[in-house]
Design a binder for this molecule. Sequence first.
Ligand SMILES: [Zn+2]
Length: 173
Amino acid sequence: MVSCLASVAESVAENYVKKIGGKDALRVFRALRVLGESTDEKISEYTGIHLNTVRKILYELYEKRLLFYRRERDEESGWLTYYWRIDLSEFDSHLREEVKRLMRNLKEKLKYEESNMFYVCPHGCERLRFEEASENEFRCRVCGEMMEYDDNSKVLEGLRKCVEELEKFINKE
Ligand SMILES: [Zn+2]
């Protein structure tokens, strides 16, 4: 199972990248994730985005501390080559704020799941709380099928683990 924090961090980072540089920036970011450390030319080739645009995006993302680079000088020509890579270590403070916000929703969801019993339509039309399902004598309001009790212990377990993991992250040094 992918860790809850890792998937949250990834989606927060991607939203941030998109906000900074739009869809092309997101494509560059994802290309770096696939390729690992790369030059601007390699990223341009991989994404089909014009080299100048790739360079502009790389600098923008670097300024926001989402990327870092390593330089190498060619001994014969004296040319510098930049090798870019994703590094989210300085991105933590932004991430922490986002996670704090997310935590409120997550805790509400957990409380909601803990304090209710659920019924679900076998065709997947809807999932209702016991009170709502009983009002319609446990028949699906969409297709009329009898609804079944939905054991949410797996959902609860997942939510609790996620809350625990995110809380650790928020509270760490
Ligand atoms: Zn149904």
